[in-house]
Design a protein around this ligand. Sequence first.
Ligand SMILES: Nc1ncnc2c1ncn2[C@@H]1O[C@H](COP(=O)(O)OP(=O)(O)OP(=O)(O)O)[C@@H](O)[C@H]1O
Ligand SMILES: [Mg+2]
Length: 320
Amino acid sequence: MRCVRGVTRSIAERPLVLVTGKGGVGKTTVSAALAIAAQEARQKTLVAEITSDPLATSPLLTHWGTQFTQRLDQPVTLGANLDGVQISPSAGHRLFLRAALRVGVLADAAMRSSALNRFLLAAPAFPEIGVLYQLVWLWRLKKYERIIVDLPATGHALGLVKLPRTVTRVVPKGLVKDAITEGLEILTNRDQCGTIIVTLPERLPVTESFELHQGLQEVGVSVGALLLNRMPEDVFSAGEREVLGQYIATHQDELLLGSREFRRLGQATRARAAFYQQAAPLLELKSVELPVFDGEWRSVINAAAQGLVKTGLALGPRGQ
Ligand SMILES: Nc1ncnc2c1ncn2[C@@H]1O[C@H](COP(=O)(O)OP(=O)(O)OP(=O)(O)O)[C@@H](O)[C@H]1O
Ligand SMILES: [Mg+2]
């Protein structure tokens, strides 16, 4: 995949995709769907979940089987062309220690070293450093055409860049600094990495997704797309909506079947309008939506994978 000068690669073509957004908006669903779409496009894909608790059941990887007996801090095969992994601060720290020991640094000497002490002084960033280290380690395997990362909460996409950037100023040359520097270069290279901000058709989540967009831009991370997820289907014409709205408003004390859903649809439609209105001036930003899909998780993910291909956030099956 080559990049034409001056034209940024679309999010569907970037090797590293970070899926971010507030809690419960559909990040895991979108990550799994992107992974399935990439697999169908026959790209060698790694789908990764960032977690602070690697021992807990993985909401993402259970889509491919609940019976993982091995640790998931190393890639496991999920299917043809598709591996899965859990990224966690502790796994990152362990990988770092292994690498450090291999180059001859003894653990106790390392613990006495002022370099490590200075590193530990940057303690608030320690989890992010572990996560970034493991991400770089996976990247360096050069095994995958696409790495899709399911981030746990809004703060993390920013934290992944903000805190390590501060840390690079205090840590001396060496393994950690090299890895952080490489990680930051990857995350801020708009042809290699892009984020997808997932949001819902509700007033506050829409506002917050644009704040996150702004925050990511400030730290140099490219936002490839904003995705309005779970947009309810609107079966009414403008005229029908007005008549129904008036009827419900004048019969407030009656129990009208469907009136709550109708009101919710109204709120979603207004949030959707605000979403596209705020996105309009951001010319480079791809703004798309996915409907509410019926069925259990698996069928929702498969339907979402098809939806993402249609919206251009994922490549279609090869040959299409
Ligand atoms: N487009 C959709 N249509 C129908 N259901 C959806 C859709 N997107 C997500 N869901 C459902 O919404 C719920 C929350 O989705 P998901 O777990 O992907 O959110 P999340 O952002 O990863 O949450 P968390 O912040 O807790 O990790 C799930 O039950 C999922 O099946
Ligand atoms: Mg999730």
